[in-house]
Structures are given as C-alpha cells and as structure tokens.
Design a binder for this molecule. Structure first.
Ligand code: NAI
Ligand code: HPV
Length: 523
C-alpha cells in the first residue's frame, strides 16, 4: 500500500502508517502537481491545505481512500470520490478541544483587545484607555452549530458566567437542556447576543448565513467569531459592518481563500485574525494523525472504516455483527445478477425474522454491490447506491417478522424487463450461511465457490449423466441438491463444484437428454 501525505501531519501518524504502508510526505504541491503525483497511490492524507478536486480524483488510478486529518471536508469533492468508489474519512473529535479553546482564546482576545494592545506596547505606546475592553460575564453568547466544538465552547463559557443561546436544527431540546443551554431561533441569536460564534460545517445552507441582513439585526456592541469555515459569514459584509462601527469587532481564524491575500477583513483594526490555527496544537495534531492512520490501515486490511463521510457510519461492534449478513447478501446479489439476462428494472429486498430488527443499511449496500459486480460494474460499498441510481434500477426494501421457520431470512427479487428471479438466504451461524431457496425451489446451498444450476425434467436418468459429464471433465462436486415444486414439474439441480465449468462442459450438460437449461454461477 502506498500513501501520499500532502499536508503537514504529526510524525506519530506517519510512523504508524509506516507500519503498514510505504509513505511519501510531499507538501505544497500545486493542483497540477497533485494531479500528476496522485497516480500509484492507494491513500491520500490531507488537512485543509490540499484541494482534492474532481480532476485529482479522476487522475487517480488506484486511490481507495482520502483521509482528512481533521474535521472539515469542504476541500474535497466528496461526490466525485463517491462516484469513483473512493472512501473519504475524517478524524472527528481529535481536534475538538483545541478548536474550542482557540475559539475562546479569540473571544477573550476580542473582548480585551489583546492583539492590538500587544502590538501597541511593542511599538512603545502606553495607551490604556484606547484598549479598554468588555467582560464576558453576564453577557449573552449565541452559538450557531451545537456539534462537538460548539458544545465544548458552551460548557466552558457557562463557567465564565455567560448566558448561552444556541441554534442547531439537528439538536434536540433535551440535549440542550442537559447542557443547560437554551435553544433559540437564529433571529433571537442575532438580536440578543453580545458575542456570536459559528461552529457549523460550510454547506450550501450555511454559506453566507450571516450577511448584511443578519448583521442589521445585531446590537452595535456585538462581537462575532468565526473559527469554523470561511464563507459562513460573508467577509465583505463583516468587514464593512466593522468599518462603519455597526458592530464592535470580529475574530477570524478561517477564510474563503487561504491564505487570505487581499481579504477586506485584514484591513480592519478591530478584526483580529489568526492563520487557521484552531486545530494547530501538539495534542490535536497527534490525535488526528493517529486517527487517520488507523482508518487507513483498517481499510487496507479490508475492514470498514468507522469515520467515513461517504459511507454510513455504524459502530464497530455493529459492523462485526453485520458482516455475515453483508457477506450472504453480496453473494445473493451476485447470484441474482448472473441469472438476469435482460435489463434490470428493480431489486427488492425483504428482511425477515431477527435481522429485520437490526440496522440493515449496510446489508442492502452489500447486496447492491453484489448485483452490480455481476454485471461488470466496479461497485464497492461507497459507490454502489450511486451506481444503482445511475443505472436506473429501482430499490425496494421491507421488513417482516415472518422468516418461514428460519430465525432470519433475507429474500431478494430481481425484476428484469423479461423475468423475475428470487433467492432466499439465511445465516445459521456467522460461519454457516446458506441459500435456502432459488425461485420456488427449496435448496440448501453453501454460499461459496462455483455453482451450476441445472433445470431438468422430473424423470430418472438425468442427474447421473450430468454428473458423468462433470466427472469426465475432471470437475469435482462438493455438494449437490435437487429440489422440485411438485412431482412432474421441472426439477432444479444445484451443484457446488470445485472448479468453474468451461464452455465445452456447459455445452455437454445442455445436451444431456431432459436438461432444460443450465447456468454457471460464481459466488
Ligand atoms: N479552525 C479550525 O482549525 C477548525 C475548524 N473546524 C470546523 O469547525 C466546524 C465545526 O466542527 P465540529 O464541531 O467538529 O463539527 P460537528 O459536525 O460536530 O458540528 C457541526 C454542527 O453544525 C450543525 N449544523 C449543520 N448545519 C447547520 C445549520 N444550517 N445551522 C446550524 N447548525 C448547523 C450540525 O447539526 C452539527 O451539530 C466545522 O466547520 C469544522 O470544519 C474544526 C476543527 C478545527
Ligand atoms: O479540522 C478542521 O476542520 C480544520 O479546519 C483544521 O484544519 P487543519 O487540519 O489545521 O488544516
């Protein structure tokens, strides 16, 4: 495995990566150089300094993972990565405390004019009146985005005696109550706050969420902090409001373009700035570097990552429980995909019995991956759903308590333009998974290796000649099951064979008298 690290990463993370991979650290690459360099790498590790555009992603020839040693992935074209089946992981949590502490440092610096006062003392001035500040005690702090960082800021600023209002559409009243925080509307925050701090990701909804009209609602004494992402607060509007004394000041760590050359925020004495330092502490950098190294190593071992952006996140213990079901679902999908010969219209999955009570999303993705891989699509757990949509195949899922006497039962039906195929499977034990029905035929087939499905008349002297053909081709039969719906109706013979059948052997089976059709399936 080869890993390219294109932004500064803590040595600890590099050393951990080196236990499992060949690692190149090449920073300050231009976009063109990255497009050139990305070929041959399996993993790319970045921070906020590297833009991973669709051009970079499309130029990659074996990239499996983009790992963001930090939180924000707004510098990654996640859609392009997903389409190409590249996992994007980040390291949430590792830099939370550092970013929260930096936010607070900025808030206090802003309240007490520390950067400006420091610079003035250095210049030989002694102007105590000019740098008179304000207390944060008894003031209202408006927090927009009450996630990991917003929450830590809230907890700490409560200890400073601030009244805290928070807005986050994805946070419940009960979580806010637990923290002793009042949930408020954006308008309440704008009108009532003495300090406003933003802690959301940059998304189409949050871009410019604080602009001229929002600033107009604010008190003239308000101080605004952005240690989240440049662009959540409109930079020109913020600079203008400070310049026109319509607000008291701002503290900014992040910019729409970094470094912020020519940015109007840099022209205002009452706007204090840092160069995207929120996560720049020794502790945070070790945390995030080790976290992404672990994710990359797990992925290289075929395990599922726990912090993927473009894969549903499921706790590791649940993933372990899901694995046998994902495995059988993928194989059932592959079986169906090989049975269908005309255009696929719809895949239906029914979860029955105990599995119906579980989070089945990963199982569904595995089933889709199996189905699509049978028709030559480069499907994986990341891109399967997008590929299914792209191919116009409808997905239907349902859950039922009914499991036909099994403790769990997965039923999949593939509808094509000309036929419908069904396959049913169960997990007896994690290491014993069986296909128990194909169309209307009850069978009991292991889910490994090569299958031959032979539909034949219900009469003597067919099974023997088919086995003779296999014997003459030196193909060993591992197991064999014959099922029929009722006497006189065609039977289905399912053979597990140790080696795949060649065309000649298939032809010979099809020429056995009484054989109606034969299909070879690779599970
Ligand atoms: N300056 C720096 O060096 C650092 C910056 N960050 C940035 O800080 C921000 C927050 O990071 P975390 O707290 O770790 O993320 P998080 O995902 O834990 O929290 C983000 C919160 O924003 C909320 N949110 C999403 N859309 C919203 C909207 N339209 N309005 C209000 N709330 C909304 C979410 O529900 C979530 O609770 C991110 O943008 C991240 O990139 C993170 C670490 C360091
Ligand atoms: O984690 C984040 O979102 C950050 O903004 C930290 O950025 P950095 O890794 O220091 O370039």
């Amino acid at each position: 495995m080869r890993v390219l690290v294109s932004d500064p990463l803590a040595e600890e993370g590099i050393r951990r990566l080196e236990t499992a991979a060949e690692v190149d650290v090449i920073t300050n690459l231009s976009p063109e150089e990255l497009v050139e360099r990305i070929k041959g790498y399996d993993a790319l590790v970045i921070r906020s300094g590297t833009k991973v555009t669709a051009d970079v992603i499309n130029a990659a020839d074996r990239l499996k993972v983009i790992a963001r040693a930090g939180v924000g992935v707004d510098n990654v074209d996640v859609d392009a990565a997903t389409k190409k089946g590249i996992i994007v992981v980040n390291a949430p949590g590792g830099n939370t405390i550092s970013a929260a502490e930096h936010t607070i440092a900025m808030m206090l610096s802003l309240a007490r004019n520390i950067p400006q006062a420091h610079a003035s003392v250095r210049r030989g001035e002694w102007n105590r009146k000019k740098y008179t500040g304000v207390e944060v005690f008894n003031k209202t702090l408006g927090i927009i985005g009450l996630g990991r960082i917003g929450t830590e800021v809230a907890k700490r600023m409560k200890a400073f005696g601030m009244r805290i209002l928070a807005y986050d559409p994805f946070i419940t009243e009960s979580k806010a109550a637990e923290l002793g925080i009042k949930l408020a509307s954006l308008e309440e925050i704008y009108r009532e706050s003495d300090f406003i701090t933003v802690h959301t990701p940059l998304t189409p909804e949050t871009r410019n969420m604080i602009d001229e009209p929002q600033i107009k609602m604010m008190k003239p004494t308000v101080r605004i902090i952005n240690c989240a992402r440049g662009g959540i607060i409109n930079e020109a509007a913020l600079a203008k409001a400070v310049a026109e004394n319509r607000i008291a000041g701002a503290a900014v760590d992040v910019y729409t373009k970094e470094p912020p050359v020519g940015n109007p925020l840099l022209e205002q004495e009452r706007i204090i700035t840092t160069p995207h330092l929120g996560a720049s502490t020794a502790e945070a950098q070790i945390n995030v570097a080790l976290a992404v190294a672990d994710q990359i190593i797990a992925i290289s071992r075929g395990q599922l990552p726990t912090t993927a952006i473009n894969l549903i996140s499921i706790p590791p213990e649940t993933i372990a429980l899901m694995e046998p079901y994902m495995d059988i679902a993928e194989r059932m999908g592959r079986l169906l995909g090989q049975l269908g010969t005309s255009r696929f219209e719809q895949l239906e999955i029914v979860y029955g019995g105990s599995i119906a009570e579980k989070d089945t999303r990963l199982i569904t993705i595995a089933a889709v991956k199996g189905l699509l891989s049978a028709i030559g699509a480069h499907a994986n757990l990341v891109n399967s759903m997008a590929l299914l949509k792209e191919k116009g195949i409808k997905l239907m899922e349902s859950k039922t308590e009914v499991a036909n006497g099994y403790s769990n039962l997965i039923t999949m039906r593939l509808k094509t333009t000309s036929e419908t195929f069904a396959v049913h499977g169960t997990v007896y034990r994690p290491d014993d998974r069986r296909i128990v029905q194909i169309n209307d035929y009850r069978v009991h087939v292991p889910t490994e290796g090569n299958l031959v499905l032979v539909l034949h008349e219900d009469r003597p002297n067919i099974i023997g000649p088919v086995c003779v053909v296999l014997g003459e081709a030196n193909i060993n039969i591992g197991s064999m099951h014959v099922g029929r719906i009722s006497a006189g109706k065609p039977q289905l013979m399912v053979l597990n064979v140790d080696t795949p059948l060649d065309d000649e052997t298939m032809k010979r089976i099809l020429s056995v008298s009484g054989v109606l059709s034969a299909r070879r399936i690779s599970m």
